[in-house]
Ligand binder design. Structure first.
Ligand SMILES: Nc1ncnc2c1ncn2[C@@H]1O[C@H](COP(=O)(O)OP(=O)(O)OP(=O)(O)O)[C@@H](O)[C@H]1O
Ligand SMILES: [Mg+2]
Length: 259
């Protein structure tokens, strides 16, 4: 049986569209018929709001499995899409402090073993991470085959990019299987001169091969779908942002070899 791949969605900066990308990429891959698992490792736990979970779903998740209070099968949740399953962040997202969670991730192999086990049962595992290269993101990257970096198309966009690229480079030394899928420009406003200028600047200043040609436009439908608890690729598939995520899924499925 072929083994699937783990795609980590990471960025140094917060609020750049990681969760939106993770949720929509996972949904678009699942709609292609790939057995997909979406895992939320960010203690903010935002995936629970937009992944299209069935009403009345379980709120326990990865942090509860990590703490040993829930079995794995209890935290793998079905969604409205037959091929998409989700592991939420769990009760850590309701807690004021995350120290135990961070320490357990850093000091144990639970996350690594979970992602390795998940690859054996799925075609793709998409992992949402907190901003920055802290212990959670490092552990995720150590167990991933691919990394995708959303970059919000705004004037300060480039400032933090070297840090995350350096971090991924360092982790690739201990995890040689890790490849960078690229930088994905998000929230691009094609109608705005400023946004077009930033896009041109980003493409000029970063190595060409690193920045994906396809971009995700800024579209109200994306945030509206999230507020309604659904990925935009499910709620509004004709929207340009949804189409961008579908194209991203096609590109990655081809690279993974499951097209
Ligand atoms: N293409 C888009 N068009 C319009 N709004 C978007 C788009 N992508 C993301 N957003 C909105 O931008 C905000 C930040 O997005 P998101 O939560 O995905 O970022 P994040 O990188 O996961 O943030 P954090 O670092 O806090 O986890 C959200 O309100 C989201 O709905
Ligand atoms: Mg997020």
């Amino acid at each position: 049986m072929s083994v699937g791949q783990v795609i980590a969605v990471v960025s140094q900066k917060g609020g750049v569209g990681k969760t939106t990308t993770a949720v929509n990429l996972a949904a678009a891959l699942a709609r292609r018929g790939l057995r997909t698992l979406l895992v939320d490792t960010d203690p903010q736990g935002s995936v629970r709001f937009g992944a299209g979970l069935r009403t009345g779903h379980e709120t326990a998740g990865f942090s509860d499995y990590l703490a040993g209070t829930r079995a794995l099968r209890e935290v793998i949740l079905p969604t409205s899409l037959p091929w998409l399953r989700v592991i939420l962040a769990g009760t850590v997202s309701d807690a004021a402090e995350h120290e135990h969670y961070l320490a357990r991730i850093a000091d144990t192999r639970v996350l690594h073993d979970l992602l390795t086990m998940a690859r054996e049962r799925c075609d793709v595992v998409v992992v949402d991470t907190p901003p920055g290269l802290g212990p959670i993101t490092r552990r995720v990257l150590e167990a991933s085959q691919r990394a995708l970096i959303p970059l919000q198309c705004e004037p300060l966009a480039l400032q933090t990019t070297p840090q995350i690229l350096r971090g991924i480079g360092e982790i690739a030394k201990v995890n040689p299987a890790l490849t960078l899928d690229g930088i994905l420009l998000t929230m691009v406003d094609e109608a705005s001169d400023a946004s077009r200028r930033v896009q041109a600047y980003v493409r000029e200043h970063l190595p060409r091969a690193l920045v994906l040609d396809l971009v995700v436009p800024r579209r109200a439908a994306t945030a509206d779908a999230f507020s309604a608890g659904q990925p935009v690729v499910v709620r509004d598939p004709g929207d340009p942002a949804a189409q961008a995520y579908v194209n991203l899924a096609t590109l990655l499925a081809e690279r993974i070899g499951s097209a």
